[in-house]
Design a protein around this ligand. Structure first.
Ligand code: NAI
Length: 387
């Protein structure tokens, strides 16, 4: 795909406006469309403001800023996307609505236009099935905020044409992104592998082993930029709960992904996190959470339990060939800022160490939640690397 390919973005919300900025900064003329004209106007005004700030900070020249702004154009109708060679959809997470947009779009774009979806949790294959040419449909999963987070998961569906993933990998690299390829499976890489970071932390809290600030402090002491509760409050507890529930349902209710009542009650009470002024912590009047100092005696059991679950999840994603070992580690460091790739981390102590942690949890609780991945078992027996 060339730099003169015209890009269309459908949905001018959080993700769509970020993706449009990335495409325009990479040199593409970019049409942005939203069903809500006020949202579209707001997004374009916001984007102009963002570009102005980049100029003011000296990150780009005034000429570059003007060229980027000129390349960002409103589309008032899906028909306006007719000249686009690549259209990226970032509308609400609803399969029926997405399918309708894709079928409508196919009536206007050229035969060889590529249609991408930014879905987090729906099946790319299911969205593509609505199209008359499903071979040109692919997942292009950006992370929030799209202009800042480098990771893009490139997700071919069952019917996607064989060379399309590598063409989009090259395009994402040209956009300055770090693309990884993954199978069309629930949660792709990041939203699957990261589940225990939240779920196991909540479980430790629910069992009364430690309070939230202590759990957060323990994980921060292991190198994570934010603790699980602090991060859930930033993401939004409603969004995080929806992802958890969707992944659990999509895995046919595998107990490993089971959501928690603690998170459900947070959502029900409207304690959604920073955006509502209250989540697991209070943010009233600009307050921010305070964390205790933790020593190894307190932090190690917490870190080991959560990390063992994360490593097991990464190993299982590799076992099921969701992505390569390299891409699984890249995804977690570039998409959610983990201090190290989980498979690389596992190798530091060796698979047998992490298997031991899981087997102790399984013996204590007798739950399938703690079942080790076949790959972790094998690497432990062979004393081999997980990578
Ligand atoms: P958002 O709610 O901020 O924006 C969605 C926009 O789509 C709204 O402006 C809405 O007016 C528009 N829209 C709804 N139906 C439409 C239609 N039929 N035609 C045209 N426009 C329509 O949502 P957000 O957060 O930007 O999410 C968009 C997509 O990106 C979803 O699929 C979501 O799962 C995915 N995603 C979200 C991430 C996040 O952190 N917010 C991260 C990665 C992916």
């Amino acid at each position: 795909m060339e730099q003169n390919t015209i890009v269309g973005v459908i949905g001018a919300g959080t993700m769509g406006s970020g993706i449009a900025q990335v495409a325009a900064q990479a040199g593409h003329t970019c049409y942005l469309y939203d069903a809500n004209s006020a949202t579209l106007e707001r997004a374009l005004t916001g984007l102009r403001g963002t570009i102005d700030k980049l100029v003011a900070k000296g990150k780009i020249t005034a000429e570059e800023g003007k060229a980027i702004t000129d390349r960002l154009r409103p589309a008032t109708n899906l028909k306006d996307l007719a000249p686009c060679g690549l259209v990226i959809e970032a509308i609400i997470e609803d399969l029926a609505v997405k399918k309708k947009v894709f079928t409508d779009l196919e009536a206007f774009v050229a035969e060889d236009a590529v249609l991408a979806t930014n879905t987090s949790s729906l099946s790319v294959t299911a969205i593509a099935a609505a199209c008359s040419r499903p071979e040109r449909v692919i997942g292009l999963h950006f992370f929030n905020p799209a202009p800042l987070l480098p990771l893009v998961e490139v997700v071919p569906g069952l019917a996607t044409e064989a060379t399309l993933a590598s063409r989009l990998m090259a395009l994402m690299q040209a956009w300055g992104k770090t693309p990884v390829v993954c199978k069309d499976t629930p949660g792709f890489i990041v939203n699957r592998v990261a589940r225990p970071f939240y779920g196991e932390a909540i479980r430790i809290f629910e069992e009364g082993i430690a309070d939230m600030p202590t759990i957060d402090a323990a994980m921060k002491s292991a190198g994570f930029k934010m603790g699980p509760f602090e991060l859930m409050d930033l993401i939004g507890n409603d969004i995080n709960f929806t992802v958890t529930r969707t992944v659990w349902e999509a895995f046919f209710y595998d107990p490993r992904y089971k959501p928690s009542f603690t998170q459900q009650r947070q959502v029900e009470s409207g304690r959604l996190g920073r955006k509502s002024g209250r989540g697991y912590y209070s943010y009233a009047d600009g307050a921010m959470p305070a964390f205790p100092a933790v020593d190894g005696a307190v932090s190690t059991p917490i870190v080991e339990r959560i990390l063992a679950m994360l490593i097991n999840e990464a190993a299982d994603a590799l076992f099921w060939q969701v992505a390569s070992a390299q891409d699984i580690d890249l995804a977690m460091t570039k998409g959610v800022n983990y201090p190290k790739g989980l498979l690389a981390w596992a190798d530091e102590q060796g698979a047998a160490h992490w298997l031991g942690v899981l087997q102790r949890l399984q013996a204590t609780y007798g739950e399938d939640r703690y079942r080790p991945s076949p790959l972790l078992l094998k690497a432990s027996t062979d004393r081999s690397s997980l990578r």
